[in-house]
Design a protein around this ligand. Structure first.
Ligand code: SF4
Length: 313
Protein backbone atom coordinates (compact mmCIF):
# COMPACT_ATOMS: atom_id res chain seq x y z
CA UNK A 1 0.00 0.00 0.00
CA UNK A 2 1.17 3.53 -0.82
CA UNK A 3 -0.06 6.40 1.34
CA UNK A 4 0.85 9.85 0.17
CA UNK A 5 -0.03 13.52 0.07
CA UNK A 6 -1.88 14.33 -3.13
CA UNK A 7 0.81 16.82 -4.23
CA UNK A 8 3.26 13.97 -4.86
CA UNK A 9 1.98 13.25 -8.36
CA UNK A 10 1.94 16.91 -9.35
CA UNK A 11 5.53 17.67 -8.40
CA UNK A 12 8.03 18.50 -11.07
CA UNK A 13 11.43 20.05 -10.43
CA UNK A 14 11.66 23.59 -11.78
CA UNK A 15 15.45 23.49 -11.73
CA UNK A 16 15.70 26.68 -9.68
CA UNK A 17 18.88 25.32 -8.06
CA UNK A 18 17.97 26.49 -4.55
CA UNK A 19 18.45 23.02 -3.07
CA UNK A 20 22.03 23.15 -4.38
CA UNK A 21 22.61 26.53 -2.73
CA UNK A 22 21.33 25.74 0.74
CA UNK A 23 23.65 25.54 3.69
CA UNK A 24 23.01 21.86 4.37
CA UNK A 25 25.71 19.30 3.74
CA UNK A 26 25.07 16.77 0.98
CA UNK A 27 26.22 13.52 2.53
CA UNK A 28 26.60 10.11 0.94
CA UNK A 29 27.11 6.51 1.93
CA UNK A 30 30.26 4.51 1.31
CA UNK A 31 28.86 2.95 -1.88
CA UNK A 32 28.18 6.33 -3.46
CA UNK A 33 31.63 7.53 -2.40
CA UNK A 34 33.19 4.48 -4.10
CA UNK A 35 31.10 5.02 -7.25
CA UNK A 36 32.41 8.57 -7.52
CA UNK A 37 35.98 7.48 -6.77
CA UNK A 38 35.78 5.11 -9.72
CA UNK A 39 34.25 7.72 -12.05
CA UNK A 40 36.87 10.34 -11.25
CA UNK A 41 39.68 7.77 -11.51
CA UNK A 42 38.48 6.65 -14.93
CA UNK A 43 38.42 10.26 -16.07
CA UNK A 44 41.87 11.04 -14.66
CA UNK A 45 40.47 13.55 -12.17
CA UNK A 46 41.69 12.03 -8.89
CA UNK A 47 42.84 15.44 -7.71
CA UNK A 48 39.35 16.97 -8.07
CA UNK A 49 37.85 13.91 -6.36
CA UNK A 50 40.06 14.19 -3.28
CA UNK A 51 39.30 17.90 -3.02
CA UNK A 52 35.53 17.57 -3.35
CA UNK A 53 34.49 14.27 -1.75
CA UNK A 54 35.43 14.65 1.90
CA UNK A 55 35.21 11.58 4.19
CA UNK A 56 33.46 12.34 7.48
CA UNK A 57 35.72 11.79 10.45
CA UNK A 58 34.47 10.75 13.86
CA UNK A 59 30.83 10.18 14.77
CA UNK A 60 28.31 10.45 11.95
CA UNK A 61 24.74 9.37 11.21
CA UNK A 62 24.10 5.96 9.67
CA UNK A 63 24.83 6.05 5.92
CA UNK A 64 26.87 9.26 6.16
CA UNK A 65 30.33 8.36 4.95
CA UNK A 66 31.41 11.52 3.12
CA UNK A 67 30.11 14.88 1.97
CA UNK A 68 30.42 17.02 -1.13
CA UNK A 69 32.43 20.19 -0.66
CA UNK A 70 31.03 23.54 -1.68
CA UNK A 71 32.30 26.41 -3.78
CA UNK A 72 33.47 29.55 -1.98
CA UNK A 73 30.02 31.14 -2.59
CA UNK A 74 28.29 28.26 -0.77
CA UNK A 75 26.90 26.50 -3.85
CA UNK A 76 27.35 22.79 -4.39
CA UNK A 77 30.60 22.13 -6.21
CA UNK A 78 28.75 20.62 -9.13
CA UNK A 79 26.12 23.32 -9.66
CA UNK A 80 26.54 25.05 -12.99
CA UNK A 81 25.50 28.54 -14.07
CA UNK A 82 22.36 27.20 -15.78
CA UNK A 83 21.28 25.55 -12.47
CA UNK A 84 22.07 22.09 -13.83
CA UNK A 85 24.18 19.53 -12.01
CA UNK A 86 27.52 18.78 -13.71
CA UNK A 87 27.78 15.38 -12.03
CA UNK A 88 24.33 14.36 -13.26
CA UNK A 89 25.20 15.64 -16.74
CA UNK A 90 28.35 13.53 -16.79
CA UNK A 91 27.14 10.31 -15.20
CA UNK A 92 23.32 10.37 -15.15
CA UNK A 93 20.69 10.74 -12.43
CA UNK A 94 21.19 7.20 -11.11
CA UNK A 95 24.84 8.01 -10.35
CA UNK A 96 23.91 10.71 -7.82
CA UNK A 97 23.88 10.03 -4.10
CA UNK A 98 20.58 9.14 -2.46
CA UNK A 99 19.97 12.63 -1.05
CA UNK A 100 20.22 14.27 -4.48
CA UNK A 101 18.23 11.53 -6.22
CA UNK A 102 15.42 11.69 -3.68
CA UNK A 103 15.03 15.35 -2.71
CA UNK A 104 12.45 16.86 -2.25
CA UNK A 105 10.66 13.52 -1.89
CA UNK A 106 10.35 12.11 1.61
CA UNK A 107 9.69 8.34 1.68
CA UNK A 108 8.80 6.58 4.92
CA UNK A 109 8.60 2.89 5.69
CA UNK A 110 5.63 2.23 7.95
CA UNK A 111 3.43 -0.61 9.13
CA UNK A 112 0.78 0.70 6.69
CA UNK A 113 3.12 0.54 3.68
CA UNK A 114 5.29 3.12 1.96
CA UNK A 115 4.28 6.67 2.84
CA UNK A 116 5.40 9.63 0.81
CA UNK A 117 5.43 13.37 0.95
CA UNK A 118 7.55 16.30 -0.20
CA UNK A 119 9.80 18.75 1.58
CA UNK A 120 8.42 22.26 1.97
CA UNK A 121 11.94 23.66 1.61
CA UNK A 122 11.56 23.43 -2.18
CA UNK A 123 9.98 26.53 -3.80
CA UNK A 124 8.18 24.33 -6.38
CA UNK A 125 6.50 22.45 -3.51
CA UNK A 126 5.47 25.73 -1.84
CA UNK A 127 3.79 26.70 -5.12
CA UNK A 128 1.91 23.39 -5.19
CA UNK A 129 0.62 23.77 -1.64
CA UNK A 130 -0.40 27.40 -2.08
CA UNK A 131 -3.96 26.40 -2.80
CA UNK A 132 -7.30 26.70 -1.02
CA UNK A 133 -8.23 23.01 -1.28
CA UNK A 134 -7.00 21.13 1.83
CA UNK A 135 -4.17 18.66 1.35
CA UNK A 136 -5.43 15.13 0.95
CA UNK A 137 -3.79 11.93 2.12
CA UNK A 138 -4.38 9.32 -0.59
CA UNK A 139 -4.03 5.54 -0.56
CA UNK A 140 -3.28 3.37 -3.55
CA UNK A 141 -1.89 -0.02 -4.44
CA UNK A 142 -0.04 1.70 -7.27
CA UNK A 143 3.26 3.42 -6.73
CA UNK A 144 2.64 7.16 -7.27
CA UNK A 145 6.26 7.86 -8.24
CA UNK A 146 9.57 6.09 -8.69
CA UNK A 147 10.93 5.12 -5.28
CA UNK A 148 14.53 4.07 -4.82
CA UNK A 149 14.93 1.11 -2.46
CA UNK A 150 16.49 1.72 0.95
CA UNK A 151 15.81 5.46 0.92
CA UNK A 152 13.33 5.63 3.74
CA UNK A 153 13.85 8.52 6.09
CA UNK A 154 11.94 6.95 8.97
CA UNK A 155 10.63 3.53 10.04
CA UNK A 156 7.30 3.55 11.86
CA UNK A 157 5.97 0.35 13.39
CA UNK A 158 3.62 1.24 16.27
CA UNK A 159 2.65 -2.35 17.01
CA UNK A 160 6.17 -2.84 18.30
CA UNK A 161 5.29 -0.53 21.20
CA UNK A 162 3.54 -1.70 24.34
CA UNK A 163 -0.27 -1.47 24.23
CA UNK A 164 0.08 0.74 27.31
CA UNK A 165 2.07 3.30 25.32
CA UNK A 166 -0.09 5.85 23.39
CA UNK A 167 2.26 5.45 20.41
CA UNK A 168 0.82 1.95 19.97
CA UNK A 169 -2.16 3.90 18.54
CA UNK A 170 0.09 6.23 16.58
CA UNK A 171 -1.82 6.16 13.26
CA UNK A 172 -5.12 7.03 14.96
CA UNK A 173 -3.37 9.92 16.74
CA UNK A 174 -1.74 11.16 13.53
CA UNK A 175 -5.05 11.03 11.67
CA UNK A 176 -6.73 13.01 14.44
CA UNK A 177 -3.99 15.67 14.64
CA UNK A 178 -4.22 16.20 10.88
CA UNK A 179 -8.01 16.58 11.22
CA UNK A 180 -7.55 19.21 13.93
CA UNK A 181 -5.02 21.17 11.86
CA UNK A 182 -7.41 21.13 8.88
CA UNK A 183 -10.44 22.32 10.91
CA UNK A 184 -10.86 25.73 9.35
CA UNK A 185 -13.90 26.57 11.47
CA UNK A 186 -11.42 27.69 14.15
CA UNK A 187 -8.32 29.86 13.70
CA UNK A 188 -4.95 28.33 13.01
CA UNK A 189 -3.78 29.52 16.42
CA UNK A 190 -6.72 27.75 18.08
CA UNK A 191 -5.91 24.58 16.12
CA UNK A 192 -2.33 24.60 17.36
CA UNK A 193 -3.62 25.09 20.91
CA UNK A 194 -6.07 22.21 20.50
CA UNK A 195 -3.26 19.96 19.24
CA UNK A 196 -1.26 20.94 22.33
CA UNK A 197 -4.18 20.24 24.68
CA UNK A 198 -4.81 16.90 22.97
CA UNK A 199 -1.18 15.79 23.24
CA UNK A 200 -1.11 16.84 26.88
CA UNK A 201 -4.31 14.88 27.55
CA UNK A 202 -2.94 11.79 25.80
CA UNK A 203 0.34 11.99 27.70
CA UNK A 204 -1.56 12.12 31.00
CA UNK A 205 -3.48 8.90 30.31
CA UNK A 206 -2.76 6.03 32.67
CA UNK A 207 -0.63 3.25 31.20
CA UNK A 208 -3.18 0.48 31.74
CA UNK A 209 -6.03 -1.41 30.08
CA UNK A 210 -8.16 1.74 29.87
CA UNK A 211 -5.70 3.58 27.61
CA UNK A 212 -7.40 2.87 24.27
CA UNK A 213 -10.87 3.71 25.58
CA UNK A 214 -9.71 6.98 27.15
CA UNK A 215 -7.76 7.93 24.04
CA UNK A 216 -10.95 7.48 21.99
CA UNK A 217 -12.80 9.66 24.47
CA UNK A 218 -10.32 12.50 23.97
CA UNK A 219 -10.64 12.15 20.20
CA UNK A 220 -14.46 12.07 20.22
CA UNK A 221 -14.64 15.07 22.57
CA UNK A 222 -12.49 17.03 20.11
CA UNK A 223 -14.70 16.09 17.16
CA UNK A 224 -17.76 17.13 19.14
CA UNK A 225 -16.14 20.47 19.91
CA UNK A 226 -15.14 21.02 16.29
CA UNK A 227 -18.58 19.97 15.00
CA UNK A 228 -20.20 22.54 17.29
CA UNK A 229 -18.34 25.38 15.53
CA UNK A 230 -19.88 27.13 12.60
CA UNK A 231 -18.39 26.41 9.20
CA UNK A 232 -16.61 29.34 7.57
CA UNK A 233 -16.73 30.34 3.91
CA UNK A 234 -13.62 29.37 2.00
CA UNK A 235 -11.53 32.17 0.51
CA UNK A 236 -11.02 32.50 -3.26
CA UNK A 237 -7.25 32.36 -2.93
CA UNK A 238 -4.77 30.67 -0.68
CA UNK A 239 -3.79 32.81 2.30
CA UNK A 240 -0.98 32.59 4.89
CA UNK A 241 -3.16 30.64 7.35
CA UNK A 242 -3.84 27.95 4.74
CA UNK A 243 -0.15 27.76 3.92
CA UNK A 244 0.64 27.34 7.61
CA UNK A 245 -2.08 24.68 7.87
CA UNK A 246 -0.53 22.77 4.97
CA UNK A 247 2.92 23.06 6.48
CA UNK A 248 1.78 21.54 9.79
CA UNK A 249 -0.25 18.81 8.06
CA UNK A 250 2.91 17.84 6.23
CA UNK A 251 5.02 18.11 9.37
CA UNK A 252 2.68 15.78 11.29
CA UNK A 253 2.51 13.38 8.34
CA UNK A 254 6.33 13.16 8.48
CA UNK A 255 5.79 11.52 11.86
CA UNK A 256 7.96 13.45 14.34
CA UNK A 257 5.41 12.57 17.05
CA UNK A 258 6.36 8.93 16.64
CA UNK A 259 10.05 9.42 15.98
CA UNK A 260 10.75 11.76 18.87
CA UNK A 261 7.75 11.07 21.10
CA UNK A 262 4.57 13.07 21.73
CA UNK A 263 6.10 15.61 24.13
CA UNK A 264 9.09 16.38 21.95
CA UNK A 265 6.91 16.42 18.81
CA UNK A 266 4.74 19.08 20.43
CA UNK A 267 7.79 21.09 21.43
CA UNK A 268 8.83 21.17 17.76
CA UNK A 269 5.37 22.35 16.70
CA UNK A 270 5.39 25.10 19.33
CA UNK A 271 8.91 26.18 18.42
CA UNK A 272 8.00 26.47 14.76
CA UNK A 273 4.66 28.13 15.48
CA UNK A 274 6.45 30.78 17.54
CA UNK A 275 8.84 31.53 14.67
CA UNK A 276 5.90 31.79 12.25
CA UNK A 277 3.90 34.05 14.58
CA UNK A 278 6.89 36.30 15.31
CA UNK A 279 7.67 36.62 11.62
CA UNK A 280 4.21 37.57 10.53
CA UNK A 281 2.43 39.83 9.94
CA UNK A 282 1.41 42.66 7.79
CA UNK A 283 -2.26 41.93 7.26
CA UNK A 284 -2.63 45.12 5.24
CA UNK A 285 -0.30 43.80 2.59
CA UNK A 286 -1.55 40.38 1.51
CA UNK A 287 1.13 39.51 -1.04
CA UNK A 288 3.93 40.55 1.33
CA UNK A 289 2.41 38.47 4.12
CA UNK A 290 2.09 35.52 1.77
CA UNK A 291 5.71 35.89 0.64
CA UNK A 292 6.97 36.26 4.19
CA UNK A 293 5.03 33.19 5.32
CA UNK A 294 6.30 31.12 2.36
CA UNK A 295 9.90 32.11 3.08
CA UNK A 296 9.47 31.42 6.78
CA UNK A 297 8.09 27.94 6.06
CA UNK A 298 10.91 27.11 3.64
CA UNK A 299 13.46 28.23 6.24
CA UNK A 300 11.80 26.21 9.00
CA UNK A 301 11.71 23.13 6.84
CA UNK A 302 15.36 23.60 5.97
CA UNK A 303 16.37 24.22 9.53
CA UNK A 304 14.34 21.52 11.21
CA UNK A 305 13.47 18.84 8.67
CA UNK A 306 16.86 18.67 7.03
CA UNK A 307 18.75 19.06 10.22
CA UNK A 308 17.13 16.87 12.83
CA UNK A 309 19.79 17.86 15.33
CA UNK A 310 18.42 21.43 15.27
CA UNK A 311 15.06 20.03 16.34
CA UNK A 312 16.58 18.47 19.37
CA UNK A 313 18.42 21.55 20.63
S1 SF4 B 1 14.67 23.41 -4.95
FE1 SF4 B 1 13.04 22.10 -5.85
S2 SF4 B 1 12.56 23.01 -7.85
FE2 SF4 B 1 14.51 23.90 -7.16
S3 SF4 B 1 16.08 22.57 -8.10
FE3 SF4 B 1 15.71 21.75 -6.05
S4 SF4 B 1 14.11 20.18 -6.33
FE4 SF4 B 1 14.10 21.45 -8.19
Amino acid sequence: MYIYLDIIKEFSCEMCGSCCRNDWQVTMDEESFGRNAQLFRERGREEEFSKIFIPIMGKSELGEYAYIAKKANGECWFLEGNNLCRLQGEAGHSHLDTVCQTYPRYPMNTARGIELTLSFSCPAVIKLVSRVRPLEILRSEEQPMVILPGNDVVHIFPEQKSAYNPLYYYFEIEHHLVDIIQSRQITIKERIQLVKKTIKGICNLAADDTLSQKLNRIIYANYELLDSKEAVAQPDHCNPDILIENFFVNFIFKKPFYQYGLVKGMEFVEKMWKVIEDRRYDATNFSKDMERTSNCIMELELKYSHNRKALLK
